[in-house]
Ligand binder design. Structure first.
Ligand code: ASP
Length: 377
């Protein structure tokens, strides 16, 4: 008789293979011979989620970042390797002014990049901050994870590490577009603002937001980043965040993206959360960690994210950050998935996020905390 396997048997044997592969070491049969208590991890529907630029930029190719990551992951690549390859598309694409090459520079016109990554199954992590001269900081973050005992390298040390790891160091990561926008910002900022740090900070923020209102920078790209998280059919979860950070930031400013728990958090047994938007809100509230902990306590991804947005809202009391009507002046998005493969995007104001499943890539609406952005002050 031919050795035919019908679909049901195929699915069952596939599940059995995954179960066999995911028996917890502590559950192996003791030498005394009792049957092991087998921890079964079910197969999940694989998915990759990301900020919406993950489904926009192609760096001259045919696929977007989420589709590239999903295809590599389904093809058997390590999940983090797949996600990093996906965000590399955005980092290298000069049209994406929020990450990597062509990211909007700091107040001195220098592009300084932040990134972190977390590997759920290996329980390892790495990050770089204020990194200059390397187009793909996510790959340097992964190199920190793979080659060092540390979790975060900063500034010149991060660049020296990258050089030693064989990354080419560019003299300038600006593109014509990012430098032109920086010059425009300089033109608009009060020339004596350097004399008064508080006035300077307010002037920087307001000039940037005015450029958003003038249509020069997208609202989501005044901040802007890519976070990308995925879960494989075996239930392996990873995540990566990479960014050029807040446009026109004070040189040396580090955002939430490279800080574990702020712009990214992965617990391989629970889920992943990552963010784009005002990094200071995530540094203050450790929002990505908070979201994963909310899921640990049983919340669905959307509820876990909305709870974090409410906490952030409650902790935002400075008038300069609030519209006259009381809502935050800034945007913040979270991209969240759990160990069952359930996922959500949530945001303070309406926006999109990117998803790729077996049905292909798409952009979906984030669940917003507020239905509309406040009228301009
Ligand atoms: N959250 C990042 C930061 O604050 C980047 C961003 O999304 O703008 O640096």
């Amino acid at each position: 008789m031919p050795n035919r396997v019908n679909r049901r048997e195929f699915v069952l044997s596939g599940a059995a293979a995954v179960v066999a592969a995911t028996v917890h070491p502590a559950a192996q049969a003791p030498s005394g011979g009792q049957a092991p208590a087998v921890m079964v991890r079910k197969t999940v529907k694989p998915v990759v989620i990301a900020s919406n630029n993950g489904n926009i930029y192609k760096n001259g190719g045919d696929v977007t970042g989420v589709a590239k990551a999903f295809n590599l992951m389904i093809g058997g690549s390590d999940v983090l390797d797949a996600l990093v390859a996906g965000v590399n598309l955005c980092e290298l694409d000069p049209l994406d002014t929020s990450v990597g090459f062509g990211g909007l520079p700091n107040a001195d016109g220098v592009v300084q990049l932040d990134s972190s990554c977390m590997h759920g199954p290996k329980k390892r992590a790495g990050g770089v901050a204020c990194l200059e001269g390397v187009k793909t900081p996510s790959l340097v973050a992964k190199a920190v994870m793979e080659n060092t005992d540390h979790h975060l390298l900063v500034g010149r040390g991060a660049q020296e590490f990258a050089r030693n790891m064989g990354f080419p160091i560019e003299t300038d990561l600006n593109t014509e577009r990012s430098r032109t926008l920086w010059l425009e910002w300089k033109r608009r900022v009060d020339p004596d603002h350097y004399l008064d740090p508080i006035k300077r900070s307010a002037a920087c923020y307001d000039a940037g937001l005015q450029m958003v209102r003038d249509g020069l920078i997208e609202f989501d790209h005044f901040w802007g980043t890519i976070n990308c998280d995925g879960i494989s059919p075996k239930g392996e979860i990873c995540g990566v965040t990479t960014t050029s950070g807040l446009a026109w930031k004070i040189p040396g400013r580090i955002g939430d993206s490279p800080v574990l728990g702020a712009g990214l958090y992965v617990d391989g047994d629970i889920g992943a959360a990552g963010s784009t938007g005002r990094g200071e809100a995530n540094l203050y509230n450790l929002s990505s960690f908070l979201i994963v902990e909310n899921m640990r306590r049983g919340m669905a991804p959307k509820d876990a994210g909305m709870e974090a947005l409410k906490r952030i809202r409650a902790n935002t009391i400075e008038q300069r950050l609030l519209a006259k009507t009381g809502e935050p002046k800034f945007q913040l998005q979270f991209y969240i998935l759990n160990a069952k493969g359930e996922f959500a995007g949530v945001s303070i104001y309406p926006s999109k996020y990117a998803v790729c499943t077996e049905q292909g890539p798409q952009s979906l609406d984030c669940e917003p905390l507020y239905p509309n952005r406040p009228a301009q002050d």
